[in-house]
Design a protein around this ligand. Structure first.
Ligand SMILES: Nc1ncnc2c1ncn2[C@@H]1O[C@H](COP(=O)(O)OP(=O)(O)OP(=O)(O)O)[C@@H](O)[C@H]1O
Length: 295
């Protein structure tokens, strides 16, 4: 039986007269990697803050690891880790000292805390800087230490709010591997991201929020199928994209689209037919929602 680790029904939250979440329904199964995407200001951070008890909902039911976020805050807090929030980095200490201190705060023995610190420093590529004070770190190094701190002990649910923002490609991929390994061990990972490729590559399920609501939810493939059809790309002789036109997947529809493009195509150009990307899905779903809410 698949149990929901996160269950949200009819969640509403407003700040003054600004309604941010307007009836959110979500269900995240145990051990899943779940990605929440949406335009800037759609309420992703607000939702993570509600799920982790930092902000109270106005109405609706929100259960995390079976605990209600209003009546059983302690139960929720015992079940979760949250990047960058509970993991307060001490600037005067070194990375290793920060990690060992967090380990001790989480109940590890001195030897366990030291061992875990060494492991995490290695997996976040901080070993060389382990004994330098954090105030001398670059932004990316701080970010990696933040993440390492949230992983000192393993809790059933890990919330990551834009975990890879500011990381270079190599560190981003290393972090994806860490996340996959945690999920394989049964940890439920709930993340927000502005990188659509990240959601596509990493998540078992994706929810798109826009206009205060979940406008689509499913696997990356399911969301791509919802947009339907294929995309015809017109490329110039240097392989740069000139136009991208969404179309159906039947031969007839693709031919009609190509016929249309042929009229305006410069000499030497060529076409490429591809499945929709997460970016196409995102634009299609969020544009429709924003247009409808403007009516
Ligand atoms: N404490 C607060 N008081 C008033 N307004 C707030 C508060 N927190 C968030 N908001 C507003 O709620 C809206 C949603 O903010 P939120 O940070 O949740 O969005 P987001 O989807 O995480 O955005 P981004 O992608 O830019 O990080 C924004 O308009 C923001 O200004």
């Amino acid at each position: 039986m698949v149990t929901a680790m996160i269950e949200v029904k009819g969640l509403r939250k407003a700040f003054g007269d600004h309604v941010v979440l307007d009836g959110i329904d979500l269900s995240v199964p145990s051990g899943a990697i779940f990605a929440l995407i949406g335009p800037n200001g759609a309420g992703k951070t607000t939702l993570i803050h509600i799920l982790s008890t930092l902000v109270a909902p106005d109405s609706g039911s929100v259960r995390v690891a079976g605990h209600d976020v209003i009546t059983d805050k302690e139960g929720v807090k015992q079940s979760i880790s949250l990047t960058g929030q509970f993991a307060a980095v001490d600037e005067v200490l070194t990375a290793e000292e920060n990690l060992r201190m967090m380990g001790r705060l989480c109940g590890l023995t001195a030897a366990e805390a030291r061992r875990r610190a060494i492991e995490l420093l290695a997996s976040f590529d901080l070993t060389a800087a382990a004994h330098k004070r954090v105030k001398t770190y670059s932004g990316g190094m701080r970010r990696r230490l933040d993440l390492a701190l949230s992983l000192v002990v393993t809790r059933p649910i890990l919330f990551l709010d834009e975990p890879t923002t500011g990381l270079d490609t190599q560190s981003r991929r290393a972090l994806w591997n860490d996340i996959r390994q945690l999920a394989a061990k049964g940890v439920t990972v709930f993340l927000t991201t502005q990188y659509l490729e990240e959601a596509d590559q990493l998540a078992d399920a994706i929810a798109v929020i826009a206009g205060g609501r979940v406008v689509a939810q499913g696997t990356a493939d399911e969301l791509k199928s919802r947009v339907g059809g294929d995309v015809v790309e017109l490329r110039d002789e240097n392989d740069e994209i000139i136009r991208e036109v969404p179309t159906g997947s039947s031969i007839r529809e693709v031919k009609m689209t190509i016929d249309e493009l042929v009229r305006a195509a410069p000499e030497g150009s060529r076409v490429n037919i591809r499945r929709p990307s997460m970016e196409d899905v995102f634009v299609a779903l969020t544009t429709k929602e924003l247009e409808e809410s403007a009516i």
